[in-house]
Unconditional design. Structure first.
Length: 609
């Protein structure tokens, strides 16, 4: 029977495919597509892990004290039986063979299938065996993690769909950490759904950067959807349809074709300069996560990188941080990829919903337990780990020899942090000079994403060459709404007058001081805000490459001379979204003069007569 699940739309479009379920597990499960040539090796890994666990059970049984209850030995027999059952190991080997999953993923995928079968059993005794199965699988996963890791996937196969047939695959999970999301980037998935998450959680942001339809906060999705179910993801409506009827499927296939046509039309704007009707040049920049995203940004028509989230270089490496050379190479390759266009690299923004696995810092562990969004994250963490911070700064300054680099500092709130940041930069400049390593000039920027920074902007403008407004966090901290929590997602409101007020004064003050100002949060890539931000005076927007064309379309149709006078009416309105819709939609219509006058609270032409 077809079911519908509602969540939050985070990335537009329609995906139709077979569900690949990523189960949440007590043990960390790496999800890797292995190279087809290594299937046999991976199956041997699986069988070896099984044999190791079988030996463990034998030892346990052998070591049972003579007075141990008889049930204990019987239980170990049950575990042995489950372990040797073809329904577990044989089927897991099939996942490896057919889908090219690594062994850990294959075992946990099969656990998911079997667990559901147990849940449906009439017999309570058999139903309870699910817990035993989970324990056996946990042992298997631990044994796999102690053995050799899977062969690394072949990057040249990225995007290939040569397993499990030709049908597209969509990812379904309880939650996906941003780091895991990154490893799925440019993989085979054509859409994804998670139970948790908000629209601007980092998982959603990476999904958006993958430019595939996605829905988050779909609560029970990972429980209601089964491996291999046919599902539709409607990324515009935030809807997931499981097992759709043929009519619904046909309707969505039609919409899928329409949206592909629309994308094709928009793509033609790629190399058109972003200039408004009244001749204002607008800079449309790209947000990227890895240096390899550079060519994608160029292809989308970006005129530079406005935000390179460097923390993604620090992920998926078991807590081992990249050294100066490795970082230098990564930044340099981003600079090279952008062929002389400016590259704005943000220093690490670790913490909150972007934890680093296996970090030794006790303080970081402490903050992740308490209130991560308010804890030791971003520049606070960098300043607490000066050698790490200086390593990154040195690598950035050295990369600046190869092209225009701007350094952006996240989450600054106070003068003390600004001062320490400047001292660190001065220190590494001295170090580089002394060691004779060449380094380049950089512009320094501050992210404005804490209300305290927006409210003390003149101080920031004294120290920095430019500011970049991180609306994702600015909204979170202004409204006290956790951006990653789907339970309060309905209260996460970019249209809140307080948020608009902070954005607008930041833009106005930065411009008045002759400093660069851009927006690099998700609002910059949402066409619903393009006119309003232009009206506020913004001329630099940074977003996922996939959003550039839609925003450019809005820019090309905008007339900033007519938009600017409407800003106050929107900000002062109790319902800015409605007011904005009414005022901006009317531009160019016969009612335009009346509306404009009303917005400015001037008598209209008719009243004056
Ligand atoms: C922001 O907060 O708006 C931003 C761009 O940074 P991030 O989303 O990485 O926190
Ligand atoms: Mg931020």
């Amino acid at each position: 029977m077809s079911i519908q699940i509602f969540g939050l739309p985070v990335s537009r479009g329609v995906a139709i495919g077979r569900a690949v379920l990523i189960a949440s597990s007590r043990v960390d499960v790496p999800h890797v597509f292995i190279d087809p040539s290594l299937i046999d090796e991976e199956i041997v890994r699986l069988l070896t892990a099984r044999d190791v666990v079988a030996d463990e059970f034998e030892t346990l049984k052998h070591d049972l004290p003579p007075d141990a209850p008889a049930e204990l030995a019987a239980l170990l027999d049950v575990h042995q039986m489950l372990l040797q059952d073809e329904a577990l190991i044989g089927a897991a080997a099939d996942w490896i063979r057919q889908r090219h999953y690594n062994a850990e993923w294959a075992v946990s995928a099969q656990l998911e299938v079997l667990a559901r079968q147990f849940d449906e059993m009439e017999d309570a005794y058999i139903r309870e065996r699910k817990a035993d199965l989970e324990q056996v699988v946990e042992r298997l996963l631990r044994s796999l993690s102690r053995g050799l890791p899977s062969a690394v996937p072949d990057p040249s196969r990225a995007g290939a769909r040569d397993f499990g047939g030709d049908e597209p695959l969509v990812l379904v999970a309880g939650d996906i950490a941003p780091a895991d999301m990154l490893s799925f980037k440019r993989s085979v998935f054509t859409g994804f759904v998670t139970d948790v998450g908000g629209k601007t959680s980092h998982t959603a942001i990476v999904a958006r950067s993958m430019d595939i339809p996605a829905v988050v906060g779909a609560r029970q999705a990972s429980h209601l959807i089964r491996q291999d179910d046919c599902i539709i993801i409607d990324g515009d409506a935030g809807l997931v349809i499981v097992d759709p009827s043929p009519i619904v499927l046909e309707e969505y296939r039609f919409r899928q074709r329409q949206s592909e046509l629309e994308r094709g039309r928009l793509a033609r704007l790629r190399h058109t300069p972003a200039v408004t009707l009244d001749g204002e040049r607008v800079e449309l920049l790209a947000n990227i996560e890895m240096p390899e995203d550079g060519p994608v940004a160029l292809e989308a028509g970006a005129v530079g990188v406005g935000l390179f989230r460097s923390e993604f270089l620090f992920m998926n490496r078991g807590g081992d941080l990249p050294d100066e050379e490795e970082q230098y190479e990564a930044y340099r390759s981003a600079v090279d990829a952008m062929k002389g266009l400016p590259v704005t690299i943000r220093t690490v923004d670790i913490g909150a919903d972007k934890p680093l696995e296996g970090l030794s810092s006790s303080e970081l562990r402490h903050e992740s337990v308490l209130n991560p969004a308010l804890g030791l994250r971003a520049i606070r963490w960098s300043l607490s780990e000066p050698s790490m911070f200086r390593r990154q700064l040195r690598a950035l300054l050295r990369a600046a020899v190869h092209g225009p680099v701007k350094i952006l500092i996240p989450m600054l709130a106070s003068q003390n942090e600004i001062r320490q940041t400047m001292e660190n930069i001065a220190h590494v400049r001295r170090q580089l000079t002394e060691s004779g390593k060449p380094f380049g000039d950089v512009q320094l920027g501050a992210m404005i994403e804490v209300p305290a920074a927006a409210l003390t902007l003149p101080m920031f403008l004294r120290y920095f060459d430019f500011v970049s407004i991180g609306t994702n966090d600015l909204i979170q901290y202004t409204l006290a709404i956790d951006r990653a929590d789907e339970a309060v997602a309905h209260l996460y409101d970019p249209w809140h007058p307080a948020v608009l007020h902070l954005i607008s004064t930041t833009i106005a003050q930065a411009r008045a001081a002759g400093r660069g100002v851009s927006v690099c949060g998700e609002m910059a890539g949402d066409p619903a805000f393009t006119e309003l931000l232009l009206a506020m005076g913004l001329r630099s927007f940074s977003m996922h490459p996939s959003q550039i064309a839609s925003v450019k379309q809005r820019v090309l149709r905008a007339d900033t001379r007519r938009l600017a006078p409407l800003v106050d009416a929107v900000i002062q309105s109790e319902e800015p979204e409605v007011t904005c819709g009414e005022l901006f939609a009317s531009l160019g219509t016969p009612q335009h003069a009346d509306r404009l006058a009303r917005a400015q609270q001037l008598p209209t032409f008719h009243q004056a007569q």
